[in-house]
Design a protein around this ligand. Sequence first.
Ligand code: SAM
Length: 283
Amino acid sequence: MAAASEKTRPTVASLGCLSQGSVDVAPNPWLAAAGQRAGVPLDDRQRSRFELYRQTLIDWNRRTNLTAVTEPDEIDRRLILDALLAVPTLDRLLSSHAASTPKLVDIGSGAGFPGLVIKIARPHLDVTLIEATGKKVRFLSHLIAALGLDGVVAQHARAEDLGHHAEHRGVYDIVTARAVASLPALIELAVPFLRIGGHGLFPKGRDLAVELAAGERAASMLGARVLGADLVPETETRLVQIAKIDSTPARYPRRAGIPAREPLGVAKHPQPPLVPSGSTGGR
Ligand code: SAM
């Protein structure tokens, strides 16, 4: 993407869309066009927010290692657009929900993917970002304030712990997670957060057969079922969808680290460890 010259590059303030932030923002027609093609048209305010997001991520990433994806074009394509591609499916799932302010929790958000991107695209959602690493939570909290967003918080916690808190257990309409764990481990972390009738949405790699079979077994132990894992058109991403159909036994999720080390639905011996599908590093 061509960078705008210093003279023509607008600031967030000059775009008149956001109240905070002094970071320069370059116009980004590519992302808007790609969003449009994916069925997620972006208005001026959303485009401005994504500009500020990208610039802030690049700026912070120089000092703190938040993501291995550092090139502006790659941030747009591999992080922001990849998260936007889940939005049409999310919209479809939400159409079966009655809540006027649906609650979404994103597990292992890292630098905000996909949860914060979804919040910008669908600001009516009430979003909780759960992240285990303190510096990433500090980045998220800074960015949320800079973007002027209401109804989104970053929680410094492990999903294994928060999933047992009354404030969080069984109350969410949607759970998302990307590049956090293998599917059965992810399902154990995610399902306890959902109310019965809620849905999970997990972007995964194309080659998912083994993980998917274990994920289906794990889901049945947790009160959920896998609805599908369709390929997103023109990508290598499968979007795993699950539905919560029954209550989750109180012992799940197990203690921190156990869901990933001993995933449900996977025979203990003599199987090799289950490697999550798709890229995990730098996402
Ligand atoms: N989802 C982001 C993305 O797609 O760019 C970040 C992916 S990064 C590879 C995985 C993130 O999940 C890390 O930031 C890590 O700290 C976080 N994480 C891993 N296990 C977690 C857990 N049990 N609870 C909360 N966060 C977790």
